[in-house]
Design a protein around this ligand. Structure first.
Ligand SMILES: [Zn+2]
Length: 111
């Protein structure tokens, strides 16, 4: 299971779902000068440029930056590629929906 990355893919995607469900981070599409995606940790916003690259791939990449704050760019790219190779159709659909929900979610936390 570990050899083809399916187990690791499952765990990473679960971590991304958790991040989506927590409702603290939002997603915004925007034109970015250089990057395809970027995170703003202070405002908790993931910016994605949908005119470049593959949006789901970028979304997962930026989520991993949020989840593993200290991980090197090269390692995040490696994980992103692994996810894109192993993600199932159902997982991809669910993640796209979760990403869309992060664009419209209104913060209700009062604390
Ligand atoms: Zn990155």
């Amino acid at each position: 299971m570990e050899k083809n990355g399916k187990g690791r893919t499952y765990r990473l995607i679960s971590a991304i779902y958790k991040l989506c469900r927590e409702g603290e981070w939002r997603v915004k599409f925007t034109k970015l000068r250089k990057d395809v995606g970027v995170i703003d940790p202070e405002r908790k916003i993931i910016y994605i440029d949908p005119w470049k690259e593959e949006t789901l791939s970028t979304f997962m990449h930026e989520c991993m930056h949020v989840i593993f704050g200290n991980r090197k760019e090269r390692e995040v790219i490696r994980l992103e590629n692994m996810l894109m190779e192993n993600i199932s159709r159902t997982q991809a659909q669910r993640l796209m929906l979760a990403m869309a929900e992060m664009m419209v979610k209104i913060k209700t936390k009062s604390s």
